[in-house]
Design a protein around this ligand. Structure first.
Ligand SMILES: [Mg+2]
Length: 172
């Protein structure tokens, strides 16, 4: 059985909307030739790698940055190149679509029944996952985009991953 995935969003998760703490450093990045300012906490890379290693899981990006996250975000956090969920450009708000629901639809397709924990700031992603048949066992860790990832989010994810691991054989 494939190990569970740890899916990571960028904006509102690794890159909060405001600088929440002095550990966050300002970076100027240029995905697709555009210029953005991002706030990143370098400790998050180590924390994500530890979470995956200790939980027997694999890291992947679930962000509209797609592969650009490997160029502009990962190296600044000490993360290796990671697989990413392909998320086509958001088609707009017609038919009640939202950014979170659109991304969740592609997360559901890409994970293909694998278990995953997902750090995400869009609340409506959970609703979409719940209504999509065939989605694997999952935990959506809702992140406040003002604060970004906190130690409590890591604890929640670690507890879920630990709870899924097969325990040692029971004593007879
Ligand atoms: Mg986001």
């Amino acid at each position: 059985m494939s190990p569970p995935l740890v899916l990571v969003d960028v904006d509102g998760v690794l890159n909060p909307f405001r600088r929440p703490h002095r550990r966050f450093r300002h970076h100027r990045v240029h995905p697709d030739g555009q210029s953005f300012r991002v706030w990143l906490d370098a400790r998050h890379g180590r924390m994500l790698r530890a979470l995956a290693a200790e939980g027997g899981a694999e890291l992947a990006w679930a962000t509209y940055w797609e592969d650009e996250a490997n160029q502009w975000i990962g190296p600044r956090l000490g993360l290796p190149r990671l697989p990413f969920v392909p998320v086509p450009a958001f088609p707009g708000v017609e038919e009640g679509r939202s950014l979170g629901a659109w991304k969740a639809r592609h997360v559901a397709a890409w994970t293909g029944g694998r278990a995953f924990v997902w750090f995400e700031d869009q609340a409506d992603a959970a609703e979409t996952l719940a209504g999509t048949p065939g989605v694997g066992d999952h935990l959506l860790v809702r992140v406040d985009p003002v604060t970004g990832l906190t130690p409590e989010h890591f604890e929640e994810a670690a507890a879920w991953l630990t709870g899924r691991r097969p325990g040692p054989p029971a004593d007879r």
